[in-house]
Design a protein around this ligand. Structure first.
Ligand SMILES: [Zn+2]
Length: 73
């Protein structure tokens, strides 16, 4: 049994398992708020949806790109 915790952060671009039900059908979202709930912005239509962390983790497929590199110095 493996549980891989994906390392996501604010303003990262992520791909979700299900597309946004808008006319762009985009699966690509940007994380715009990280709190008790997570807000993600559809990169097709720019609408923002809110998910609990639990639901976000369930729906997250992969991280497309990090907003900033880890500071290594
Ligand atoms: Zn959309």
């Amino acid at each position: 049994m493996t549980s891989t915790q994906l390392d996501y952060g604010l303003y990262d671009i992520v791909e979700m398992k299900k597309e946004h039900p808008c006319n762009t059908r985009s699966k690509i979202f940007k994380i715009v708020r990280m709190g008790a709930d997570i807000k993600i912005e559809c990169q097709g239509c720019k609408n923002v949806i809110m998910l609990t962390r639990y639901n976000f983790n369930k729906r997250l497929k992969r991280i497309v790109s990090k907003a900033q590199d880890d500071k290594t110095d």
